[in-house]
Design a protein around this ligand. Structure first.
Ligand SMILES: Cc1ncc(COP(=O)(O)O)c(C=O)c1O
Length: 481
């Protein structure tokens, strides 16, 4: 046999490289928790970064991989860092990352049962566990899929198949279908509508209130207007929570509206759906048990590596409605509702063993791990907001409902476009410094800084320090220091 192939599959080399990698990662985990000098993000420009890797490839062919792993680590954002406060991604729990390694090596395709028996059954168990936590009964079912965006699209395809004209899958679409969603919803809902061919008119954006929640009092009016324009509204999407401000729509009210009008009710719980695991905070999801479908990411708030998303259907039969297609080489009859042949119900054919990452945590630590984690990071959101409130020159556009907090620095003499420019510049300066990682967003055309406090090791001192760093950067820009 070709020696390179033997080398690539040598179990002893795997053991050695694996030990080296795990040692490296353990050192990294320690460093990002305790070492002051560790940046949260080692920022480089895209051009610099590409040049670095071009040179690496030119100069380091056929080298052992440890140096590569070290380079990747030192040049990547550190989501486990206590000063990481950036986009919504969980600080993956080390054990869940090990489950990803197991998944990677097994590489079970998961499309059909035979290509991933353990992964398929574990996925079902995880889905059923989450469904029960959401308040669904045993009729509920679902699948895991590659991210919240895809889960939302798949849910809306099911909505179309159940509530829309039954002929779309076979004959294409003629009707002007539409759905209603808060103007604050994640962009993927808008994208899903356009992918389905409903066009711009297919998304009816319901205005948000002062807390950035859907104005449910406007739903009737929006529906009438859409009908007058010849549209057939088939669904309402509630956000639990919205992306920019972490605001939870009133799911009870949306459920009532959907029941009254016979519409599909989908909840985008990509971020906040996880709160079904917290006794203290699950009230934010009141009404979710009346949804027809729910999307929830494990990789945002439940400590798994990306991607791992549960897509749940209150009526499990609907889980089979999204895709119904002939693929005779994979399964026998397209109408057989076999839970165990997952490709019948997901966009993916080959997919990750997604349930495994969640199940490893669930089995090892119990759901109490998620409960403790959620309660810690939700408290961090309140703590950060309190510090913003008491810090001179800072303001909150809205009281946070979860661990996502928007704020800005607003010296009294700076107004309008200059205020937006100042906050943009502060954020860029912080990014380039790398000590903290925070992001920004735009609310009603004003620029705000934004943190997602997803790290349970972030302390009050870290929060005070980022506010102080922002003030110093602003003072420098304003020529005050
Ligand atoms: C509310 C909401 N829905 C959907 C998504 C998209 O999820 P994913 O990144 O898993 O595709 C996000 C991502 O931030 C989100 O906040």
């Amino acid at each position: 046999m070709n020696t390179l192939i033997q080398k690539a599959y040598d179990p002893e080399a795997f053991r050695r490289y694996g030990h080296e990698l795990v040692d490296l990662l353990a050192k990294h985990l320690h460093a990002v928790q305790v070492e002051e000098s560790e940046p949260a993000i080692p920022f480089t420009s895209p051009g610099e970064e590409y040049a670095f890797w071009e040179e690496d490839y030119r100069n380091n062919r056929k080298e052992p991989p440890l140096a590569l792993f070290e380079k990747v680590l030192s040049r990547s954002v550190r989501v486990q860092h206590h000063r990481y406060m950036g986009h919504q991604i969980s600080p993956a729990a080390p054990l869940a990352a090990l489950a990803s390694l197991l998944d990677g090596l097994l590489n079970n395709g998961m499309g059909v049962y035979e290509m991933g028996a353990a992964g398929t059954a574990i996925e079902r168990l995880v889905v059923k566990t989450v469904a029960a936590k959401m308040g669904f009964n045993e009729n509920a079912d679902g699948v895991m899929t590659s991210g919240g965006s895809l889960a939302n699209l798949a849910a809306l395809l099911a909505a179309r198949s159940v509530k829309g004209p039954g002929t779309v899958w076979r004959e294409g679409q003629r009707e002007k279908l539409a759905l209603m969603v808060s103007e604050e919803a994640h962009y993927c809902v808008d994208r899903a509508v356009r992918i389905m061919g409903w066009g711009e008119g297919g998304i009816i954006k319901v205005p948000a209130d002062g807390l950035y929640r859907m104005r449910v009092d406007l739903l009737e009016e929006c529906l009438k207007k859409a009908e007058a324009e010849g549209k057939t509204v088939i669904a309402v999407v509630g956000s639990a929570c919205s992306t920019a401000t972490g605001s939870f729509d009133n799911l009870e009210a949306i459920a009532g509206f959907c029941e009254k009008h016979g519409l599909w009710f989908h909840v985008d719980g990509a971020h906040g759906g996880a709160l079904c695991f917290s006794d203290k905070h699950r009230h934010l999801l009141a009404g979710i048990e009346r949804a027809d479908s729910v999307a929830m990411d494990f990789h945002k708030m439940l400590l798994t590596p990306a991607v791992a998303t549960a897509l749940l259907f209150r009526d499990g039969q609907h889980a089979f409605r999204t895709f119904s297609q002939k693929a005779q080489y994979l399964w026998e009859r397209e109408t057989d509702e076999e839970w165990h042949n997952l490709a019948k119900r997901t966009f993916e054919c080959t997919k990750l063993m997604m349930g495994l990452k969640a199940y490893t945590l669930l089995r090892t630590y119990g759901p109490e791990l998620w409960q403790q984690y959620l309660e810690k990071v939700m408290a961090s959101g309140q703590q950060f907001a309190a510090l913003v409130r008491e810090s001179e020159g800072f303001e909150l556009p809205v009281e946070p409902q979860c661990n996502i907090v928007c704020f800005r620095y607003h010296p009294p003499e700076v107004k309008g476009d200059a205020l937006n420019a100042l906050n943009e510049a502060i954020r860029q300066d912080l990014l380039e410094e790398g000590r903290f990682y925070i992001v920004k967003t735009s609310l009603k055309n004003h620029v705000f800084l934004r943190v997602t406090l997803s790290n349970p090791f972030t302390t009050e001192a870290d929060m005070r320090e980022v506010l102080s760093a922002i003030r110093t950067l602003a003072d420098t820009r304003l020529g005050k220091s």
